[in-house]
Design a protein around this ligand. Structure first.
Ligand code: SAH
Ligand code: SF4
Ligand code: F3S
Length: 448
């Protein structure tokens, strides 16, 4: 290993990571970057400039997989131009043996393929590959936790913290339990000490990550974990995702209500407004219990934003089922929603179900749903006009360099005129305009 480190430093080798998928994957890429930097690699400005290119993949829907194939294919030219270049593909898609084999056959220039459980072994894999072992494929199914790895976090005041890995829910459409394994929670002590460390390092907001944070069990439950983080650390803001509606407890609602540092936002994927489809999806709640849960959350935590995920065109979804989804969306008026066309994933139960919905029907339904939700999102954002909100400034606006942007506790993106010196601080902003994706405003007064 020392020889590898010396070689990496001597040659000034650089890495570039391309990430697909969810926050979990984004955070895992921060760990990969941390590991690569621990053996001497430096960040490259672009993939053209890199000696190690890594794709961290997602397979939750088919288009995520197609994108990966397209983009890995385009690396071939770079590989021909730079003999030193190593190409690696990892993550959820590579945890499926068939997808990994197909990728390796299609792209003989890919050097290292690994799954979701063994990124901590990356230095050994690079070493083996460089010492002439040839191509490496390693995607063990182990469920051990190896999360004591260096992390190179993105710049800015926000940080992600894993509290658990894997998923036990087996929603009938979903590949995640197959590629991420069973639920494993980190101990509360580990999580709390990571958050304390982040506070000392200057981070102002943490996002606690898990596929279903409500089933966290690290000696204490999730509500207690949140309470302890609030009591034992000075982190000004805490977010979490994702919450499964089936086990969001009253205790959790009370904890969120009790601590102002827990953000007024809950992401609560509903998936469908039809109880029949929810049962087919194995979601373990009904339309009615979901609606009363959202109403209870809003009653107990006034001003909280509720966002969701919705799938249209699940096998067997009739026009009436879809109307149920539209009416639920109309009734609950989510702050925003991620909407997806159902994508069959091989190995899942839903992929084998009869009555797969035709593409034309799926397209028509998603367009209707998106139009309805867009209208609601914009109306919800307009409700902010004239109000003053607290914003944690995250960075400069990409469109307007004289402007900065950040989020409210309710997770609304706010854009306003201000200097980059504000990044990392909490400021009050008076909202002048609420648009579909962003609120616009003016700086009211500065807090610290
Ligand atoms: N653990 C989280 C998120 C998992 S993936 C949860 O339970 O909500 C994020 C979203 O992708 C899901 O909420 C779902 O709406 C969507 N999704 C998952 N599998 C899908 C599939 N096969 N086709 C279309 N959308 C899917
Ligand atoms: Fe997938 Fe369901 Fe687990 Fe979420 S809870 S990751 S949708 S199986
Ligand atoms: Fe996330 Fe995609 Fe994997 S959504 S858990 S990166 S399959």
């Amino acid at each position: 290993m020392e020889k590898l480190k010396a070689e990496v430093r001597e040659k000034g080798l650089k890495y570039h990571i391309i990430t697909y998928g969810c926050q979990m994957n984004m955070h895992e890429s921060e760990k990969i970057a941390g590991i690569l930097e621990s053996i001497g690699y430096m960040p490259a400005d672009s993939k053209e400039d890199a000696d190690f290119i890594l794709f961290n993949t997602c397979c939750v829907r088919e288009n995520a997989e197609q994108k990966t194939f397209g983009n890995v294919g385009r690396i071939k030219k770079l590989k021909q131009a730079n003999k030193e270049l190593l190409v690696s593909v990892c993550g959820c898609m590579m945890q499926q043996e068939s997808a990994a084999k197909k990728l390796m056959e299609t792209f003989p220039f890919v050097d290292i393929v690994f799954g979701t459980h063994n990124l901590y072994e990356l230095p050994e894999m690079i070493l083996a590959c460089k010492s002439g072992t040839g191509r490496i494929y390693s995607a063990p199914e182990t469920e051990e936790l190896h999360d004591d790895v260096p992390q190179k976090r993105a710049e800015g005041p926000l940080a992600s913290v894993n509290i658990m890995y894997g998923c036990n829910n087996f929603c009938s459409y979903c590949i995640v339990p197959y590629v991420r394994g069973r639920e494993r929670s980190r101990s509360a002590e580990d999580v709390i000490s990571e958050v304390s460390g982040l506070v000392s390092a200057g981070y102002r907001e943490v996002m606690l990550l898990g596929q279903n944070v409500n089933s966290y069990d690290g000696g204490i439950n999730f509500a207690r974990l949140l309470g302890r983080i609030c009591e034992e650390t000075d982190i000004p803001r805490i977010r979490f995702m994702t919450s499964h509606p089936k086990d969001l407890s009253d205790e959790l609602i009370e904890v969120v209500a009790a601590y102002p540092q827990i953000c007024r936002h809950i992401h609560l994927p509903v998936q469908s407004g039809s109880s029949r489809i929810l049962q087919e999806m194995n979601r373990k709640y009904t339309r009615e219990t979901y609606i009363s849960l959202v109403k209870k959350i809003r009653r107990k935590i006034p001003g909280i934003a509720v966002t969701t995920d919705i799938i249209v065109g699940f096998p067997g979804e009739t026009e009436a089922d879809f109307e149920d989804t539209l009416s639920l969306v109309g009734e609950l008026r989510f702050d925003s929603a991620f909407t997806f066309v159902y994508s069959p994933r091989s190995g899942t139960r839903a992929a084998e179900m009869p009555d797969q919905v035709e593409e034309a029907v799926q397209t028509e339904r998603i367009m209707k749903l998106v139009a309805l939700q867009n209208k609601i999102t914009e109306e919800r954002n307009r409700e902010y006009e004239g109000k003053t909100v607290e914003v944690l400034v995250e960075g400069t606006s990409t469109r307007n360099p004289g402007h900065v942007c950040g989020r409210t506790s309710t997770s609304k993106m706010v854009n306003f005129e201000g200097s980059g010196a504000l990044i990392g601080s909490f400021v009050n902003v008076k909202i002048t305009q609420g648009k579909k994706t962003t609120l616009f405003g003016t700086l009211a007064e500065e807090e610290t």
